[in-house]
Design a protein around this ligand. Structure first.
Ligand code: HEM
Length: 136
């Protein structure tokens, strides 16, 4: 369990200069950002590493919505996002449905789920078993 993607997504206006916030970005210049940087920007998300889903219910800001880009954005964003979201909803419904047993974290620390390496998909540290749970 970790970020979907970590790497920087580059975009390039091949033959047009772009003016952004007073800066001129010359034609042919690659500009990039990673969703990890956006999602952990503490000026937008308070305590960004804290699992706090209720942040989307109370005190939710426009900046938070604009900064949530797990699928990238624009014409080259992820074409598989609806399929992926459908799968995520199905998995969560199966895992936490009424007839499923309760799970509690087992021998797992933050360092077991934090991305350590970027192999296009983020990887945790090598000597970790990742997120483990026990059925209670
Ligand atoms: C949780 C699951 C997924 C995440 C987080 C994810 C995320 C992303 C992101 C961030 C990009 C943009 C990369 C960039 O700008 O360089 C991307 C592109 C892409 N994704 Fe996904 N994706 C997911 C699932 C899928 C699935 C299920 C499919 C196909 C069935 C898919 C197909 C693609 C393709 C073909 C592109 C390239 C689009 C292009 O370059 O125009 N993805 N994805």
């Amino acid at each position: 369990m970790t970020y979907g993607t970590l790497h920087r997504s580059a975009r390039c206006a091949v033959d047009t200069a772009i003016v952004y916030d007073g800066w001129v970005i010359p034609a042919g210049t690659a500009v990039s950002i990673s969703s990890h940087c956006l999602h952990t920007d503490a000026s937008v998300f308070s305590q960004p590493h804290l699992f706090q889903p209720e942040r989307w219910l109370e005190g939710c800001t426009r900046e938070m919505h604009l900064s949530l880009r797990p699928w990238s954005a624009g014409s080259r964003d992820c074409p598989g996002q609806r399929l992926a979201k459908g799968a995520i909803v199905k998995i969560l419904a199966e895992m936490f449905g009424p007839n499923m047993p309760c799970m509690a974290p087992f021998a797992t620390t933050v360092s077991d789920v934090m991305p350590k390496f970027d192999y296009l998909v983020p990887m945790r540290k090598f000597n970790s078993h990742g997120l483990r749970v026990k059925i209670v």
